[in-house]
Design a protein around this ligand. Sequence first.
Ligand SMILES: Cc1cc2nc3c(=O)[nH]c(=O)nc-3n(C[C@H](O)[C@H](O)[C@H](O)COP(=O)(O)OP(=O)(O)OC[C@H]3O[C@@H](n4cnc5c(N)ncnc54)[C@H](O)[C@@H]3O)c2cc1C
Length: 331
Amino acid sequence: MESAEVLIIGAGISGLLSATELTKSRHSVLVLDKGRGYGGRMATRRMAGTRLDHGAQYFTVRDKRFQSYVDEWLAAGIVQEWFRHLPKDRNPGGYPRYCGIEGMTDAPKYLARKLDIRRSEQVAKLERDGKRWIAHSQSGNTFAGEHLLLTAPLPQALALLDTSGLDYAGSASRDLRQVRYEKGLATLAILDGPSGLPSPGCLPLDEAPLTWIGDNTSKGISPDVSAITIHADAAFAQEHWDSPDEERGTLMLEAARKHLASSVTEYACHRWGFATPVNPWPEPCFANPTLNLALAGDAFGGPRIEGAALSGIEAGQAISAQILANAKTTP
Ligand SMILES: Cc1cc2nc3c(=O)[nH]c(=O)nc-3n(C[C@H](O)[C@H](O)[C@H](O)COP(=O)(O)OP(=O)(O)OC[C@H]3O[C@@H](n4cnc5c(N)ncnc54)[C@H](O)[C@@H]3O)c2cc1C
């Protein structure tokens, strides 16, 4: 059984930044993720020999703790400023919107280089064995940690914790279960010519069923192939959750057609079961120090990459402080 001081479930931005903070403080950390890559909803997909971002499209920075990471990524040539200003911005000067040079997974991949991560490990059951947490994955592997941090979307994290049979949240349990996520639906399309989207190559929309059309070519991640990402609103995603791609993809492409200068040659849809939290938890993370347990992610930090990042940073620092406090009280 592999073990570490801290076991983290989820290699999205929150889990990766928690792991980075803990590693900087010299704690041993093992991260598990069910996906084949890193980044969770910061996701880039290959299609028609090119790259398209199908989850988060860009990120913004307001807090100096996240800014210091972004400065490092900029210096390392991992991320770039995509644009600063959209016609509807209230602040006419705008503010930077960043994206990965080759896709939104670039920053997660960069963070992952220095971390111990097991991919394709979907945790299916948790239990507490004396003072340790034990995670059993679907592949039959078992991992142990003195501390456990879950960063999966909150409803998934709670369902996983329920398998332990423990009362892990006490009086907060009911309120944690009230946090809800909206579903999301992306259609990725290859075009036979330039998209024709206005500069900077994206169109935020409030035009049911669409919320966004982004040009991966203008963004720079699909230099040789004209490739767009279209996002639907939550109502459409809910209504067409089980529709075949031929139906939901066609409806989204029809709605997008008036904004496009070229025709679609190929497309695919992607479902997001937990796209963004509707009513995030008011604190940046949740901790049960008696059980050495913490929860983090955008359900705590807010429905953006920066919110998830700050939640992860805070959770990592809180766990580190708790490990040090425990060490002082242990004879
Ligand atoms: C379509 C879409 C568009 C978005 N657009 C933007 C945007 O433009 N700008 C912005 O700032 N934000 C955007 N967001 C939101 C942003 O992507 C998220 O807030 C952020 O990425 C969440 O990070 P996280 O670490 O909290 O969770 P996640 O990225 O979801 O990471 C959680 C990880 O946990 C793993 N996991 C889950 N269950 C298990 C399990 N049982 N075992 C092992 N691993 C597990 C998952 O595989 C995943 O990698 C968008 C989201 C979506 C879906």
